[in-house]
Design a protein around this ligand. Structure first.
Ligand SMILES: [Zn+2]
Length: 97
């Protein structure tokens, strides 16, 4: 299975995952777990009529040192990544539907 960079936009550009720069924690760790805020939705406003917890993804946590990195910081890191960093000049394929 070939991973797609833009999971939510399947008509987009496909880039080899192995060519994408890896985000690294200050400690050198490269494995992260997702972290969530949990919001509580009472039954009275719930679409299902049932009270329910809502998980909001707020970032990731380094499994090595427990350092938290917010989604905003991750987006800034991604914004600093250039097409050359992902080998896009030779690897990009435009997918035609
Ligand atoms: Zn770390």
């Amino acid at each position: 299975m070939k991973p797609s960079l833009l999971g939510q936009k399947p008509q987009g550009i496909q880039i080899d995952l192995s060519k994408m720069p890896q985000y690294m924690c200050d400690c050198g760790g490269v494995v992260f777990t997702k972290i969530h805020e949990v919001r509580l939705l009472p039954a009275i406003v719930s679409p299902s009529g049932q009270p329910m917890p809502v998980l909001v993804e707020v970032g990731v946590r380094c499994v090595s040192c427990n350092n938290e990195v917010s989604m905003m910081d991750l987006q800034k890191e991604a914004a600093n990544t250039t097409a050359n960093d992902v080998g896009a000049s030779s690897k990009v394929e435009i997918v035609k539907d």
